[in-house]
Design a binder for this molecule. Sequence first.
Ligand code: BTN
Length: 251
Amino acid sequence: MDQLSKKRLVVRLDETESTNAYMKELVRKKHPEEGSIVIAEYQTEGRGQRGNAWVSAKGENLLFSLLIYPKDVPANEQFIISRIASLAIKNTLDQFADDIRIKWPNDIYWKDKKIAGILIENDLQGNKIENSIIGIGLNLNQEVFPPELPNPVSLKQITGVTYDKDYILDMLLREFFLLYRELEEGNTSTIEDEYMRDLYRANDYYWFEDAEGKFRAKIENVLPSGRLVLRTLDDDDIRAYAFKEIVFLNE
Ligand code: BTN
């Protein structure tokens, strides 16, 4: 990773509560360089989105948190970091499997199964992001998942190959920083376009559910704020949703 500072920290842990939590403490105590990472073989309290747990078998998958200090990303446009992280994972996985898509806002899917999740914790200062901790859980080599997980899949289940975690991590960081440089150069529209192109369940009508009930709609756009814009089938209505306000249905 030649473009990254030689002084960045790389912390490797056998076990920790959560790499995001560990990184948060590191930031508080040491303010490490951009590009620093914390990688763990196992998390005792891995965190997912919506307050869910992230469960991953010991030693089999990639679990890490990456630290960046984005310049000039306004709080109301912080979703650009999610787009970059999602695309970095997708671009990495594309080199091994077909049919990898980004399920809004930032789940990575293979067909109808989830292969990776992202938990981004941004520290805001005023109206700007001061630092961003990007936690990534990528199912690489796990072959058996607990039945309570809704629809997991690993890269090994797709291809039959066992992957070297460091090799994949290196690729993923390379993809991430290529896109991150685009952001630093002000090319947000390139990133937004690429994200829209790679979205799961785009270009057709699907079932969704909001507080009012079920309806069929097509994804129209994802706004800089991260809100999902849908066009309803019945009345051609345009509606925008925040993450917790809408559910994709499998109907
Ligand atoms: C999701 O729910 O989809 C997000 C999952 C994010 C999991 C990763 S694993 C590494 C990092 N540390 C955590 O505690 N969570 C993230």
